[in-house]
Design a protein around this ligand. Structure first.
Ligand SMILES: Nc1nc2c(ncn2[C@@H]2O[C@H](COP(=O)(O)OP(=O)(O)OP(=O)(O)O)[C@@H](O)[C@H]2O)c(=O)[nH]1
Ligand SMILES: [Mg+2]
Length: 216
């Protein structure tokens, strides 16, 4: 994991200490908000912990709807962080308890979004640390490697693993992305449950946001 300076960590903490508001749910590319701010999104297989991580980062339990049932998030949910950045909670891929038509529609929307959204500064691709990188993740990375948007891997639910197990997964994941052209070279380890790795992720996100009012 990347070392952040104390100034970077502080910048991240300050950003997330400010207002974070749910903005809108979009079910089509036409209903996305105008791309007026830089944005980052949380992508990953169903149930990997995208919504929980947004709640943990913002310290707001019910902000993004998390659930035990895979396929909980079905729209692109926009959050406005202090007027400086959008965070987008994406529907998961790889599973959904819904009709085939619905699944196809969500996935088409998500893919179109990931490929062509103006203002999208980084895709955080979440990987369940218990499972590691799976075929559907590779499919998404293949697609992203063809685009100019950088994606960064985030290992989630690290509280479920013993230290030794986690270092093995981390090592494997790190060597996997070393060969990927659009992958950000550092992975982040997080536990929303134990609130670990959040400050590093906050700092990374803050580095992509507009400068704060004070600096503007
Ligand atoms: N132990 C543990 N469980 C977690 C963690 N993060 C999420 N979970 C659990 O994993 C399940 C799925 O979490 P969500 O945040 O809803 O996952 P998601 O990726 O948003 O799922 P979809 O919206 O279906 O794509 C929930 O039961 C969470 O409580 C974590 O850090 N540790
Ligand atoms: Mg979700």
């Amino acid at each position: 994991m990347e070392d952040k300076t104390s100034a970077q960590l502080e910048e991240g903490r300050l950003l997330f200490a400010r207002d974070v508001d749910f903005m809108r749910s979009a079910v089509s590319l036409e209903t996305l908000p105008p791309p007026d701010l830089p944005e980052v999104c949380f992508a990953g297989r169903s149930n990997v912990g995208k919504s929980s991580l947004i709640n943990a980062l913002t310290n707001r339990k019910g902000l993004a709807r998390a659930s035990n049932t895979p396929g909980r998030t079905r729209e692109l949910n926009y959050f406005n962080v202090d007027g400086r950045l959008f965070i987008v909670d994406l529907p998961g891929f790889g599973y959904a308890r819904a009709s085939k038509t619905d699944i196809a529609r969500w996935q088409q929307l998500t893919k179109a979004y990931l490929r062509g959204r103006p203002g999208l500064r980084r895709i955080f691709l979440l990987i369940d640390s218990r499972h590691g990188i799976k075929a559907p993740d590779i499919e998404v990375m293949d697609m992203l490697d063809e685009t100019a948007v950088i994606y960064q891997l985030v290992l989630t639910k690290t509280d479920k693993l013993k230290k030794g197990e986690l270092s093995k997964v981390a090592e494997k994941t790190q060597s996997f992305i070393a060969k990927r052209p659009a992958a950000f070279p550092f992975i982040v380890h997080t536990s929303s449950e134990k609130k670990e790795g959040l400050d590093v992720l906050r700092a990374e996100i803050a580095s992509l946001a507009l400068p704060s009012n004070l600096d503007r």
